[in-house]
Design a protein around this ligand. Structure first.
Ligand SMILES: C[S@@+](CC[C@H](N)C(=O)[O-])C[C@H]1O[C@@H](n2cnc3c(N)ncnc32)[C@H](O)[C@@H]1O
Length: 362
């Protein structure tokens, strides 16, 4: 394997040589894994942890670390100094050791080689933040993190099995997440809400509640940051926010208008983000204001969204500019915003007929 030296954030690391002509990681699973296109995922992680700076004493586990870049960046770019970097692979551990040394942090960062499942079980309630960043689904790992993160601790999880969560493989989704996905215009929000719903159910098994602090879809993955604590009653309230939904999915079959009748889900119907966390991230100032403002605008809006292109093709009318739709709905007293899930989507509490009216007026 040939290696190259790169900088990411404040970390200077050696990674498997990248093939510039390809997007995503070049290396296969049994080699050391580094994906440059996940830099934004790690930038957001740093900003999220900096927004918790009132908890400088956080004990952090980078549980599936690859080259260790995330854990190294946490140590260097946040006030947190209790960092453990873990991976199951011997090759990863040897690259993590090199990278920790390269950043002159030998002895300051704890390095362990174990399956993250075993590590969490052997270190129950020790960690206040656990990062789960697997290949594909987090389902084999998340339950232990949810059960054994410290009370009112945090878990950051990535899911890259987006096609499963978004409805291309409904049977797999039912098996993994006990939910029926819906592959419609809203598929990315549906997938994220299935993932969070699953996280809520798993935590509730152990009388633990979950509060999503920041959740998003970006470039082929989902990511959610959850606060998790003990309390059966609060866990019950979380479960109450899981709902099955019948989408207003319409399509034409010859001249007949068909409508979806089967419920999908269950979906998490509560908040995706915490206003306080996003404001603190904004204050920290590390992330692009534009992305933060998309997430901020979504707060207080109902789950799911309307896709203007879908309404346009259903009505066989060109879509009015997004601004016109937003202004029109606001003038009627509805809440409305753009959404990070789709550049042509809108979130609103207006019924679909009211959105259609604006299309029909133009
Ligand atoms: C997607 S990569 C992690 C990338 C890394 N977090 C980053 O930000 O660059 C997944 C990693 O999980 C490791 N892994 C796979 N199964 C594991 C397990 N059961 N316990 C711990 N690590 C595991 C792999 O060796 C691989 O390094």
């Amino acid at each position: 394997m040939s290696w190259e030296e790169i900088e990411e954030g404040d970390a200077n690391i050696i990674v498997p040589e990248q093939d510039e002509s390809k997007e995503g990681p070049k290396k296969v699973r049994d080699e050391v894994f580094y994906n440059p296109s996940m830099k934004m995922n790690r930038d957001i992680c740093i900003s999220f942890l900096n927004s918790l700076s009132y908890r400088k004493d956080l004990n952090v586990l980078d549980g599936m670390a690859g080259t260790g870049v995330r854990g190294l960046r946490v140590f260097k770019e946040t006030p947190i100094s209790n960092v453990t970097i873990n991976d199951v692979s011997i090759d990863s551990i040897s690259s993590i050791k090199k990278n920790v040394k390269k950043n002159s942090l030998t002895g300051q960062i704890n390095i362990t080689q174990a399956s993250v499942e075993k590590h969490i079980i052997e270190n129950r309630y020790k960690y206040d933040y656990i990062d789960i960043d697997p290949f594909g689904t987090p389902v084999p790992y998340y339950p232990l993190a949810a059960r054994y993160v410290s009370h009112k601790g945090f878990v950051g999880i990535t899911a890259t099995d987006t096609s499963v969560l978004c409805g291309t493989y409904p049977k797999t989704c039912l098996r993994r997440y006990s939910a029926l996905p819906r592959n419609n215009w809203c598929r990315h929000e549906n997938g994220l809400r299935i993932l969070i719903g699953y996280c809520v159910k798993e935590a509730a098994r152990h009388d633990r509640w979950v509060e999503p602090l920041l959740s998003y879809y970006e470039g082929h993955h989902f990511r959610t940051y959850l606060k998790i604590g003990e309390g059966a009653e609060k866990a019950d309230s979380c479960i109450e926010k899981l709902e099955k939904v019948i989408f207003q999915d319409y399509w034409w079959e010859q001249d007949d208008l068909k409508c979806e009748k089967k419920p999908s889900g269950p979906f998490w119907t509560g908040k995706l983000h915490s206003e306080d966390v996003l404001s603190d991230m904004d204050e920290v100032g590390e992330l692009d204001k534009k992305i933060l403002s998309f997430w901020k605008e979504e707060i207080g809006k109902p789950p799911f969204f309307y896709e203007t292109n879908e309404i346009s093709s259903f009505l066989k009318k060109a879509p009015p500019p997004l601004k016109t739709i937003i202004r029109g709905l606001r003038s009627k007293g509805y809440k409305v915003s753009k959404t990070h899930f789709s550049p042509t989507g809108i979130k609103t509490d207006a019924p679909r007929e009211k959105v259609e009216e604006i299309f029909l007026k133009i």
